[in-house]
Design a protein around this ligand. Structure first.
Ligand SMILES: Cc1ncc(COP(=O)(O)O)c(C=O)c1O
Length: 404
């Protein structure tokens, strides 16, 4: 008789967005006349820009002609895209990352979930608390979690790094030494960033201890503040300890198009083994390449026009972020994030729990956000709003919140 992977039974909390969905649907059924504004899920709303859609159309036309038709894409990505990424995201920033250290994929979610496969099961992982849940869940599935403790609301074998207001929501180096450290800046859900000096401390620590940092830079395009690193490879020595994840979802609006990439430097070795070779092997065994059409669209993101248009998209969302931040701060809320990130992290008022505030906002302002406790126990008492809505809806939502 087949045995299932029992680790799946340990998974917690996948109910976050489904619980939100159920509550919102029930509210709409009971209040059909109310306009509910959703500032909850981190999905973009602006359409693809003209340069991107033209690149998609052109690539579709190529696929429709015998002379330019393409079959399977190279497993690790087309050279034209890997080169565009290396030139624009790295060389221009003074980072020495080569095109063949870049692995093109269909997005950062898959890569952030899959990357743990190249590491042994008995590695200890460390995650921020609150955290993007994929890092935790993918390790639970792989059997790295231990058991779930109701008391701590966490897994016994995972090292949680609380991200608290007194540290501007930045994690501190934990007492126990982790083997794998997940960092994400700009952060989902808190919107926090850390400076280059602070990130350098993590890089030095990882090199000293032999740990590996998995650095999720999905929101890098939102960084505005001077001195905040766009890539971990801006730090000295990062090539011997860090893997970096990128997405085209939040900068170029590819959430429905699907494209991302992961950097594994050739210098990154553990136990004398190149992690680059392991990931290349994993990628070419289990993945058949992002579609040609989509990779051409990705290349267009780095064209002169593409860059201008993408900057426009980010500016659009950041205007929303500014409106939320200023509006709520003016109304007396304690808010953070929203300066270098499309997420605003707000402290729930009057000691309400995250879910109590969720219900309160839904019922009084008809605005949907995400309860911070859904991202980890240290998210309790906080609430996440996203800047990914339309400007009009964002203004209306904030104006409603101000008066309830
Ligand atoms: C921190 C973080 N990483 C990765 C992703 C997923 O990106 P993608 O759309 O490329 O899969 C998200 C999406 O919300 C995210 O918040």
């Amino acid at each position: 008789m087949v045995k299932i992977n029992n680790n799946y039974l340990k998974l917690q909390g996948s109910y976050l967005f489904s619980t939100i969905g159920k509550k919102v649907n029930a509210f709409i059924v009971e209040n059909p006349d109310k306009k509910v504004i959703r500032l909850g899920i981190g999905d973009v709303t602006r359409p693809l820009t003209p340069t991107i859609t033209k690149a998609l159309h052109d690539a579709v036309d190529e696929m429709g002609k015998a002379e330019t038709f393409r079959g399977y894409a190279p497993d690790l990505g087309y050279d034209f895209l890997r080169k565009a990424i290396a030139d624009n995201d790295y060389k221009l920033r003074g980072c020495d990352i080569q095109a063949d250290e870049i692995f093109v994929s269909d997005g950062a979610k898959c890569d952030s979930g899959n990357i743990q496969e190249i590491f042994a099961q008995d590695n200890r992982i460390a995650v921020c608390d609150p955290v993007y849940p994929v890092y935790v869940d993918s390790n639970i599935m792989a059997g790295r979690g231990g058991t779930y403790s109701e008391k701590t609301e966490g897994f016994t074998d995972i090292i949680y790094m609380p991200c608290l207001s007194e540290n501007d929501f930045a994690p501190q180096i934990p007492e126990e030494v982790p083997d794998i450290i997940y960092l994400c800046f700009p952060n989902n859900p808190t919107g926090a960033v850390i400076g280059k000096d602070e990130l350098q401390k993590w890089v030095d620590y990882a090199n000293e201890k032999g740990s590996v940092i998995i650095y999720d830079a999905a929101y890098e395009a939102y960084i505005r503040t001077e001195g905040v690193p766009h890539s971990i490879y801006e730090c000295k020595g990062a090539k011997t300890c860090a893997i970096e994840l990128h997405s085209f979802s939040k900068n170029a609006g590819f959430t429905g198009v699907r494209l991302g990439y992961t950097v594994v430097p050739k210098e990154l070795k553990r136990d004398g083994v190149s992690l680059h070779s392991l990931w290349a092997r994993r990628h070419s065994t289990k993945y058949n390449g992002a579609p040609y059409i989509v990779q051409r669209a990705g290349e267009a993101v780095y064209s002169q026009e593409g860059k201008k248009e993408i900057a426009g998209l980010v500016d659009y969302y950041m205007r929303n972020a500014e409106y939320i931040l200023n509006g709520l701060r003016g109304a007396g809320y304690t808010v953070s994030g929203g300066v270098d990130a499309p997420y605003i992290w707000l402290k729930t008022p009057k000691g309400m729990t995250s879910w109590e505030f969720f219900d309160h906002l839904l019922n009084t302002a008809n605005v949907v956000g995400t309860p911070g406790s859904g991202f980890g126990p240290h998210g309790e008492g906080y609430f996440r709003l996203t800047a990914f809505g339309s400007y009009e809806n964002t203004v209306e939502a904030v104006d409603r919140i101000k008066v309830v």
